[in-house]
Design a protein around this ligand. Structure first.
Ligand SMILES: NC(=O)c1ccc[n+]([C@@H]2O[C@H](COP(=O)([O-])OP(=O)(O)OC[C@H]3O[C@@H](n4cnc5c(N)ncnc54)[C@H](O)[C@@H]3O)[C@@H](O)[C@H]2O)c1
Length: 444
């Protein structure tokens, strides 16, 4: 099939490259000329494992190309995907649909022959209706159907998620959308992923409900971690103990500094707004969003407590800036809350991240960026692990201890063992384990 992918960011680029790899002919469109020029040169503007090779292979096979020109790509396509950003609207938390509506207007003008227009962006219930209205108003003569096909890929594992999804959700009200959507995903049938065909509004809501549920799971275990610290229990064991129950499941039960990223914060907010306006408020999700905000700030206090009650005049070394490993995405990363709070408390912050420093630099103006974890630790009063990159899982701790001025490690991802770290002579603080600050100071 011939496909136009409007928006070549994390989702558009990965989806476009994967559809091309299935054998479809895909044109990825982006209105950012630098992004397109870089892609044409074979440079991938985001960090995503395996993406560079996948793009190169499919460009060589003439199945994947890049352009800023939306009209010819759409005119030629049987399916047009909208994969543009839907950030939080400033002030009210609603999803900002400016890019989606703009794309719909541009698509309308270029439609040629029967075309399925598919929203892959995460969009609130009813957006498909609005996209349909915009297109129909602009081009009453156009022959098209609007479908919803939310994307569930995770950054850092995006290609395998796209190619081996847990499920594919396809929503439409016009039955003519079904066949082309089936054809697009047919190459996946060998693996037989469940495909859920449903109404368009239901499909739109599935994406928000999924993200809100996952955010709830993370926040739940984070609160259990806080309780563990108070009562002397171990959150890792609690998570394992409950996660082994099939009804609960072990994923998304890792306590940490609070969720971030380009999806959970904005999608929980958008769902809260939709639910409030529909007169069916989602109190659980409201609590989750509020608890997560408070938590990120509280993490800065945890560092302060580990440093003996104050960080004023101290140097804090931070390992990991991206919101999770294997991505350079800094959107809503906990580091963007925690580091400024530490700075406002009088700390100087140094940081290292294997991939996200270029993205982080303009966002964290006062931070000194370092070459590697050891340079980062040099002369610092505490080392804080904020993102669980593999590269941080097996640090030479003897060397880290030598580099640090004070042997304090705050591990917000629980990647080290408290007993090991204590044996090595560190004052070690983690999340929801017996190394909690209070017991630590008692031990000291
Ligand atoms: N990032 C993820 O992990 C993820 C996962 C699932 C769903 N989503 C959803 O997918 C959507 C896209 O997210 P993303 O992370 O890829 O965003 P992104 O910001 O990385 O990419 C969006 C791209 O769209 C381009 N764009 C905007 N308007 C355009 C237009 N009219 N024509 C052509 N290009 C245009 C922008 O220049 C940008 O490059 C969002 O709704 C997001 O919630 C994201």
């Amino acid at each position: 099939m011939r496909v136009a992918m409007i928006g070549s960011g994390y989702v558009g680029l990965v989806s476009g490259a994967c559809f091309a790899d299935f054998g479809h002919v895909v044109t990825c469109v982006d209105k950012n000329p630098e992004r397109v020029t870089a892609l044409k040169r074979g440079e991938i503007p985001i960090y995503e494992p395996g993406l560079e090779e996948l793009v190169a292979t499919n460009v060589r096979a003439n199945r994947l190309s890049f352009t800023t020109e939306l009209a010819p790509a759409v005119a030629d396509a049987e399916a047009v995907f909208i994969a543009v950003g839907t950030p939080s609207r400033r002030g009210d938390g609603h999803a900002d649909l400016t890019f989606v509506h703009e794309a719909a207007r541009e698509i309308a003008m270029a439609l040629n022959g029967f075309t399925v227009v598919v929203t892959k962006s995460t969009v609130p219930v009813g957006t498909g209706d609005e996209v349909e209205r915009i297109i129909r108003e602009a081009r009453p003569d156009a022959d098209f159907a609007v479908a919803s096909n939310p994307e569930f890929l995770r950054e850092g594992a995006a290609i395998s998620d796209f190619k081996r999804p847990d499920r594919i959700v396809i929503g439409f009200d016009d039955p003519r959308a079904k066949e082309p959507m089936e054809e697009l995903y047919r190459p996946l049938y060998l693996n037989q992923p469940p495909i859920l065909f449903t109404a368009r509004r239901t499909s739109e809501l599935i994406k928000y409900a999924a993200n809100a549920f996952l955010a709830t799971k993370i926040t739940f275990i984070n609160e259990v971690a806080d309780l563990c610290e108070k009562v002397g229990a171990d959150v890792q064991d609690v998570a394992r103990g409950i996660g082994l129950d099939n009804r609960i499941g072990s994923k998304f039960l890792h306590a940490g500094p609070g969720y971030g990223g380009s999806c959970f914060p904005k999608d929980t907010q958008a769902l809260i707004r939709t639910a409030q306006e529909a007169g069916a408020p989602m109190r659980i999700v409201e609590s989750v969003a509020a608890a997560n905000e408070v938590r990120k700030r509280r993490m800065a206090e945890k560092v302060m407590e580990a440093c003996g009650g104050s960080v004023t005049g101290k140097t804090i070394a931070v390992l990991g800036l991206a919101f999770k490993p294997n991505t350079d995405d800094m959107r809503e990363a906990p580091s963007l809350t925690i580091i400024p709070v530490l700075e406002s408390l009088g700390a100087r912050v140094r940081a290292f991240d294997p991939e996200a420093m270029a993205q982080a630099r303009p966002l964290l103006g006062d931070v000194e960026f370092c070459e590697d974890p050891y340079a980062c630790a040099k002369g610092a009063d505490a080392l804080v692990i904020l993102t669980e990159w593999d590269a941080f899982r097996a640090l030479d701790m003897a060397r880290i201890k030598q580099e640090l001025r004070e042997p304090v490690v705050v591990d917000m991802r629980n990647i080290y063992r408290p007993a090991d770290m204590r044996k090595r002579g560190f004052r070690y603080v983690s999340i929801g384990r017996r190394s909690s600050v209070r017991s630590l100071w008692l031990l000291c």
